[in-house]
Ligand binder design. Structure first.
Ligand SMILES: *Cc1c(COP(=O)(O)O)cnc(C)c1O
Ligand code: SF4
Length: 369
């Protein structure tokens, strides 16, 4: 492979300045704020991802996710560098331990395309080198000393931008810790550089079981034939693929947009896992939606989509507070032994609490004396 179906060519041909993206699209020269934003947080777009942009660009979900905006310079005090408080929970600057039984390893700072809404800008805006063997050893040592951690997420940046051999080394090292029972890879490669999911990579990943891939589609326009093929290769190899969407104003903040995305993900064996409220990271104020937007979307999905296709809507809080799931309120009233709800069609329904006074084997045997 030597053409644009080769992921290295895609990576090497990335568009890395607002002026170049504007020229590629034939649109007017971007504002000075746009250029300033691209210096604060790097810009990169693969030719593949840029090819998904449709006109008018002002409302295009792909364009809005990858073209810097002068609004990124607006930084109210609630937006920070490390909105999830990962730094204080870090070991060797690489392993983040926020949940008792789970840990996350930051394997690299690089991504194929940089998302303007990225939560881990403090990582992806620096070209920190890939995880070294020494750092990996430190992570493995920590995992050995914390056998309660049975689930390790390999994240970044985008770990699938590493070479196959490096990915294998990382996975093998994690797997060598007996208490680790599941490994998850967090990657946006299927979205921004789907040709990265080569047969060789898939066979390397499928050798490590059980392994999960979590990806990050935000809009149905990103679910191209090429992206679906990449995910299908993983699923065909026995690697479950799930999706984490970030709710972004102007990109996907309607029930129709999320429904179309989740429906198509489901039809293609990609499980909608999370719908995240935008984290409070620097430069995203213009992307943030009111909490009610997400709740209204969830209420709409419940009537229209199978539970198999409905993600968990969550807000992530710093440190050990972690992800908190938000659910629309269906309960209207609770009176002693009855609870009244509003059903999906708006009708009121009620559910009786069970009678008490039974034991689990009541009615199985003759009552004794
Ligand atoms: C989100 C996250 C996890 C995984 O959470 P799940 O709800 O199990 O998907 C683990 N570690 C860190 C640091 C996280 O941010
Ligand atoms: S792929 Fe992930 S880590 Fe990379 S810029 Fe996008 S959100 Fe951030």
């Amino acid at each position: 492979m030597t053409g644009m179906d080769d992921w290295r060519r895609q990576y090497a041909s990335r568009i890395t300045s607002p002026g170049d993206l504007a020229e590629y699209l034939g649109i007017p020269c971007p504002s000075s704020g746009c250029f300033a934003a691209s210096r604060m947080f790097p810009m990169a777009v693969t030719p593949y991802y840029a090819s998904l942009i449709r006109f008018p660009v002002e409302t295009d979900p792909v364009f809005l996710q990858c073209m810097p905006s002068g609004y990124e310079l607006h930084n109210p005090p609630w937006l920070t560098e490390d909105p999830l408080g990962e730094v204080p929970c870090s070991i060797a600057g690489r392993l983040v331990h926020r949940y008792r039984d789970r840990a996350l390893i930051i394997a690299t700072s690089e991504c194929a395309s940089y998302c303007r809404h990225c939560t881990r800008k403090r990582v992806s805006s620096r070209t920190a080198p890939h995880i070294t063997e020494r750092e990996l050893d430190e992570c493995a040592k920590y995992l050995k000393h914390h056998p309660e951690i049975d689930d390790v997420l390999v994240s970044g940046g985008d770990p699938l931008l590493l070479e196959d051999g490096v990915i294998c080394m990382i996975l093998e090292r994690i797997r060598s810790v007996a208490s680790v029972k599941a490994i998850r890879i967090a990657t946006r490669a299927p979205v921004t550089i789907p040709m990265r999911i080569t047969a060789e990579l898939v066979s390397a990943l499928s050798g490590v079981k059980p392994i999960y891939v979590n990806t990050h589609f935000n809009h149905v326009n990103e679910l191209t034939d090429c992206a679906i093929e990449a995910c299908s290769k993983l699923v065909d190899a026995g690697i479950p693929v799930a999706n984490q969407t970030v709710l972004l104003r102007g990109v996907n903040d309607t029930a129709g947009a999320i429904e179309a995305l989740c429906r198509k993900l489901f039809h293609n064996r990609i499980r909608p896992y999370y719908l995240f409220q935008c984290d409070l990271v620097r430069g995203v104020e213009h992307f943030r939606t009111p909490l009610d937007t997400g709740l209204d979307i969830m209420r709409n999905l419940r009537g229209r989509l199978s539970g198999m296709a409905i993600p968990n809507f969550a807000v992530d809080f710093p440190g050990k507070s972690g992800k908190i799931e938000l659910l629309p309120q269906y309960i209207v009233e609770r009176t002693g032994d009855r609870t009244v709800f509003t059903g999906n069609n708006g009708e009121t329904v009620s559910y009786p609490e069970p009678e008490t006074g039974w034991t689990s084997c009541s009615g199985m045997f003759e009552e004794q004396g």
